[in-house]
Design a protein around this ligand. Structure first.
Ligand code: HEM
Length: 414
């Protein structure tokens, strides 16, 4: 997304008090790259609850749950309408002058009340009841992936399991031809890779948008039983979505559902690889899985997000100015002691709601699908793969940025 430009400011803006400046580069911070979630905890312990970082063009960073909830519940002051990949949003007209189709994301780029019109068509097809229809497909895909690695006694969990599973599922959900799976997987990997330059990433997104556009056109001709067909007939304030809006939906679903699930699965599996007792407990009693998954989601938040300040506002004692960018560090909020006692401990049965899917109108619309993917995956993986651990020869590699990510997770079992 375009919210961060990558440079460091020379001068801190006049309204930022010096004691609130804390140098944190969300892409290159060395402690983040060593252990992303340990860094999240250290931000709670070391940095002001709301601080200003001069990196990435300069922005506020909010790390506490209560402040994040207050901000996400107040979209009049804290807007999403600028969250358009490199381009100006024309959201109020419903028509987009943007000459690069596919880069406008829906419903994430819209503020209420417009957001409600865009979000409503997604709620039913992504409800817990509807996504349950994908359970058998997820189970089959998971088992096919396990079949490929089981006998070897080792795998790179990232490339062998975590990446293919959500891509395949996305293609199925969206109604895309699975004979293009390999091509799409390659594009998805490039699109989410932290090491490609900006121009190549943009080119990749254009190609993804091109493939999504083909599917949308095919469904315009003939509806099938898939999400794109459903969205084509959606009612947005008395009309159907435009072609550009369809692309906006498809790109947002693609971006929202891919890297997030890949990394949620990977961090969770890394935790289990380092905790043999928990592995054994979950193998013995799979009914503990839903609670365990929630606690893993809390410990290993993935996505952060941003808001633009629409008018001067004091937030938890800090003066924001109109036009400031506020980064909501959701994975750090999960380590806020005021919200989660003993935040570093894995505690089954916590009652507090974690911040991994955020709060407010933009709370993740894909959370039922994400939870289902994780549940089915863990059920099958723990049933079939013997006790597994991190490969002592090869360390996991981490990546910073908007999403906390693992780029390699070598596992072994015998
Ligand atoms: C563990 C996996 C996932 C995590 C951690 C995650 C995280 C998030 C977060 C934090 C937001 C809120 C962003 C904001 O407030 O600005 C969000 C929104 C969204 N997510 Fe997810 N997500 C996950 C899975 C999925 C899946 C599987 C899909 C696709 C089906 C998806 C699609 C979306 C969409 C479309 C939005 C925008 C919702 C709106 O603006 O109303 N996500 N997600």
């Amino acid at each position: 997304m375009s919210a961060f430009s990558g440079q460091k400011l020379d001068k801190i803006p006049a309204h930022v008090p010096p004691e609130l400046v804390y140098e944190y580069d969300n892409a290159r911070d060395p402690r983040l790259l060593e252990d992303p979630h340990a860094r999240m905890r250290s931000l709670i312990l070391e940095a002001p609850p709301i601080f200003f970082t001069p990196y990435n063009g300069g922005n506020w960073v909010v790390t506490r749950k209560k402040a994040i909830v207050d901000i996400t519940m107040n979209p009049e002051v804290y807007s999403n309408a600028f969250l358009v990949s490199g381009h100006q949003s024309e959201e109020h007209s419903g028509e987009h002058k943007d000459s690069q189709p596919g880069l406008m994301m829906l419903p994430i780029s819209a503020d209420p009340p417009r957001h409600t019109a865009y979000r409503t068509p997604l709620n039913q097809p992504l409800s817990a009841k509807s996504v349950a229809g994908l359970e058998t497909a997820i189970r089959t895909m998971t088992n096919e992936l396990i079949d490929k690695v089981l006998a070897a006694g080792r795998c790179d969990f990232l490339s062998d399991i975590a990446e293919p599973l959500p891509v395949t599922l996305f293609m199925k959900l969206a109604g895309m031809p699975t004979n293009r799976l390999a091509e799409f997987r390659e594009l998805a990997t490039q699109a989410t890779s932290a090491t490609v330059d900006h121009a190549s990433r943009e080119a990749t997104f254009k190609r993804i948008a091109g493939i999504l556009a083909e599917t949308i056109k095919a469904r315009q001709e003939k509806r099938e039983d898939d999400l794109i067909s459903h969205l084509l007939d959606a009612n947005i304030d008395g009309r159907n979505p435009t072609f550009q809006e369809m692309l906006g939906y498809s790109i947002a679903l693609f971006l929202g559902g891919l890297e997030t699930v890949v990394n949620a699965l990977s961090f969770g599996v890394r935790h289990l690889a380092r905790d043999q007792e928990l592995q054994a407990r979950l193998r013995a009693d799979p009914s503990l899985l839903p609670g365990a998954i929630e606690e893993l989601l809390r410990l290993y938040g993935i996505a952060s997000t941003v808001r633009r300040v629409m008018r001067d506002e004091v937030c938890h004692g800090v003066q924001f100015k109109q036009g400031d960018t506020v980064s909501l560090l959701l994975p750090a909020a999960n380590y806020d002691d005021e919200a989660f006692p003993n935040p570093e401990q894995f505690i089954l049965g916590r009652k507090e709601q974690h911040q991994t899917f955020n709060t407010g109108p933009h709370r993740c619309v894909g959370l039922n699908l994400a939870r289902l993917e994780m549940k089915v995956f863990y059920q099958e993986w723990l049933k079939r793969v013997p006790p597994f651990r991190l490969d002592p020869e090869k360390k996991p590699q981490f990546v910073g940025g908007f999403n906390l990510a693992i780029s390699s997770l070598p596992l072994v079992w015998s």
